[in-house]
Design a binder for this molecule. Sequence first.
Ligand code: SAM
Length: 309
Amino acid sequence: MEKFEQIFSYINEKAEEHEKTENISFLDGVLQALEDILDEKDSWMGNNATKEEIRKAIQIAILKGMRKTSQPNHQMTPDTLGLLVGYFVEQFFEEQLKTKQISLLDPAVGTGNLMLTVMNLLNGKVSATGIEVDELLIRLAADTAELIEQPVMLYHQDALQKMLVDPVDAVVCDLPVGYYPNEEVALDYELCAHEGLSYAHHLFIEQSVNHTKEGGYLFFLIPANLFESEQAKELHKYLKKHTWIQAVIQLPDNLFASKAHEKSILILQKKSDEQRAPREVLLAKVPNMSNKQALSMFFEKVQVWKKNK
Ligand code: SAM
């Protein structure tokens, strides 16, 4: 058995025990199992495992828990998407990462899987802040981060209300999609809908831009039809005023359960007086991941764009 499978089996067994004896959900059982491990960390089997082995094992246990009791906001960002986002963060910060750490914010951090996948990829070069409204998810994120020893600050709050977070170099976020119910808070945003409820995903983009340094980059997983809604015109106007669109990357449709769930990657740069817009926006489609040749052509296209940007 591979190391991460051994760790998963261990967490799984402990979570099932908690589920039975305390009559709680399997996902709550996973949280309990992680907290038990943290209490007795010295003798833990994961001590000689890599950060990725531990993250993957916890991720599989959480996914199992999410499948058992499905809740609409319990959506973890899968590895394939996390690794692609991480690749782009690495490309856009290539120069800075040679000499210094970067600060990262995920305002909808969920289980932390996306943020921690990026942090593991750029190991040692990122400190991060995560915000999440769901208490169970943020506790899972906190325990995972502690077990893999990644430096994170987590806040349990509505990310669209005032946040005590200094501007960051980069934002990564798998946007929560839907309407934002708090109309009073929405009034503080340029992207507040003129009529009816505002789109939470639009407000998340604005809040993220507000918390990014000038010249910093934002990497969003967006619904593939983001620019087709009836509020898309306002979003375009907002993006043009405050940011430079760097890239819109379509993702392979076989990664998603249905057309309605398809996502793309949107990369923005917050405007700055010292920099300029890219010569052209990178528009590309990630091919089917099993097609190695097409995939390497995709990465080559990104490199060519980067050189000429
Ligand atoms: N990247 C995350 C991961 O890997 O687990 C998944 C993010 S999921 C697509 C969106 C998350 O946004 C959910 O965990 C949901 O609870 C959270 N969310 C929704 N509205 C929020 C709000 N107003 N403030 C903070 N978090 C919110």
